[in-house]
Structure formats: C-alpha cells, structure tokens
Design a protein around this ligand. Structure first.
Ligand SMILES: [Zn+2]
Ligand SMILES: [Zn+2]
Length: 150
C-alpha cells in the first residue's frame, strides 16, 4: 500500500497549508475500492482509475457530464479545476477531474447522498438514470454502499 499525500481540495480552499490535513489512503475492506479520506473535513477522493475501468467494462466512453461546470475546487493531483455537477434530487455537488476522472465528495455531500441513497433503495421501482451523469451517479451509489458496509 503506497502512501500518497493528496492535497485535500476542501482544505486547500480553506487555506490550510499543503499536506497538513493528513489525508489517509485506504482500501475499503472486502472490495477493490481505494479512497483518500481527509480526517479534517471528512471529504473523500475516489481514484479515477476505478471509474474508468467500470466504464470500460460496460463498453462506454467515460466523459465529464456536459452540464458540469468549473468550480472552486482543484484536483488534488494537480490537474487544475474540478468540474461539478448535481447529484439528482439533492443539493449535493459532485466534483470531477476531466483529466484523471477522480471524484471529490465533500464530507457533508457524502452524508447527504448516503441519506438519499437509502431513500432510493427503499423505492420499489428504481427509476432509471440516463446518460453519463446517471452512470457516474450509479457508480458513486455503489461505492457509498461499499463504504457504508465497512
Ligand atoms: Zn480536508
Ligand atoms: Zn485529476
């Protein structure tokens, strides 16, 4: 397990010195999921490689949803501004890097999506999401489910 210090996008905006938030890289038990988790702001960075693999196995081309806009957050791996788009039925914004396809979820947004997810799972008929944004949201749902079982 290689330690990699990421620059937490939230802590960077809040003006904390680089590396001071002590982000931890961890594997989620029983899954292949790798995340970087910031103990200070509780945000999560999902490595883009895994999302890419999941798109490749579904025979689709990964891309940034066309409605995504450049926001204030920057890629913790140094690729510049992240692009953000809404998670449906929430105020939560998902931040995504158009170069490495990594995804940043703020701590509060992670909690909000987790709550909405439970709601969705309770619906007998899950409405189908469309397009690349839908596919990315489904992927995030699956990752949050795996994290929550941890
Ligand atoms: Zn942080
Ligand atoms: Zn990046």
């Amino acid at each position: 397990m290689t330690a990699r210090i990421i620059e937490c996008p939230r802590c960077m905006i809040d003006g904390w010195p680089r590396g001071s938030c002590d982000c931890k890289r961890r594997f989620v038990k029983g899954t292949g999921v790798i995340i970087d988790w910031c103990p200070r702001c509780e945000g999560i960075w999902f490595d883009g490689g895994e999302l890419e693999r999941s798109f490749a196995s579904a025979d689709r081309q990964i891309e940034i949803p066309h409605e995504a806009l450049a926001g204030a957050f920057r890629c913790p791996l140094g690729h510049g501004p992240l692009r953000s788009f809404h998670y449906p039925d929430t105020l939560a914004l998902i931040e995504m890097c158009e170069h490495c396809f990594g995804i940043w979820l703020d701590g509060g947004q992670f909690r909000e999506i987790r709550i909405v997810r439970k709601h969705r799972a309770a619906e007998a008929e899950k409405k189908q999401r469309e397009g690349v944004r839908g596919a990315i949201c489904d992927w995030i749902d699956a990752k949050i489910a795996e994290l929550s079982e941890d």
